[in-house]
Design a protein around this ligand. Structure first.
Ligand code: URA
Length: 236
């Protein structure tokens, strides 16, 4: 069967489909010995030989879907220039897994990790704006007026946020714990939203992605997603 090269790369767990397109354009992929830089080539999985960074890419037999409770102090990319620890160090697997979306170095909470490039592509595409729930400990206690600004949408540097669901869950001395539900995922969005109303984020944790909840997984630990959860994500 003929399939597009970027889909083949995504299905084999190399990267999301979008990232696979970039890898092709960057000249990192060869088919039957020749470097391919144009998108659109279709390959026959049963006979064509695909190399990524000069290593043969095999179609992944087994798709793996994990839910990790990311601790603070880990990056969600494979490595960075500062030598910081990567969440992939926490996972014991033979497969080449990658996270669906990202969380900041200082943010903890729910992260889905998989080698299903199709699902990653879908879930990180702006049009599938699934609701994500965050719990933020902020300095001070925001007034209702300020919370209304977040609920309506607030101007950050380069864009105005869409309406959000925001409530105070509890107060802790002079500080407040907020629950914030957003469908977007711009860089450091929750921190920047809180700072825009004058409340610095002391701690931030993601507790849910749509119906998938972190529940009682300890920091640094992970579990497999259930068939029901995988089905739900695929239907989003
Ligand atoms: N918003 C943030 O500010 N940081 C994250 O890691 C996720 C959402």
């Amino acid at each position: 069967m003929l399939i597009r090269l970027q889909k083949f790369l995504a299905d084999s767990g190399i990267a999301s489909r979008r990232k696979a397109e970039e890898l092709i354009k960057e000249g990192k992929v060869k088919v039957n010995g020749a470097t391919v830089t144009e998108l659109g080539l279709k390959i026959d999985e049963s006979k064509d030989v695909v190399l990524f960074n000069n290593k043969e890419v095999k179609k992944s037999e087994e798709l793996e879907y994990l839910l990790l409770h990311k601790p603070k102090g880990y990056i969600t990319t494979v490595k960075d220039q500062f030598g910081r620890k990567s969440i992939l160090e926490l996972i014991d697997t033979e497969n080449r897994l990658f996270p669906v979306g990202r969380l900041d170095y200082d943010t903890s909470g729910l992260l889905i990790i998989t080698n299903d490039g199709e699902l990653t592509y879908k879930l990180t595409h702006p049009k599938h704006n699934v609701e994500k729930t965050y719990v933020a400990l902020v300095r001070g206690i925001p007034s209702n007026d300020k919370l209304d600004k977040l609920k309506k949408g607030i101007k950050l540097e380069e864009f105005t946020t869409a309406p959000a669901k925001v409530k105070i869950i509890e107060t802790k001395g002079p500080n407040a714990v907020l629950e914030i539900k957003i469908r977007e995922g711009k860089n450091r969005q929750v921190r920047r939203m809180c700072e825009a109303i004058g409340h610095f984020v002391i701690e931030l944790k993601r507790t849910a992605i749509g119906e998938i909840v972190l529940s009682n997984i300890k920091e640094g630990e992970y579990r497999s997603l259930s068939q029901k959860e995988i089905g739900y994500l695929k239907r989003i």
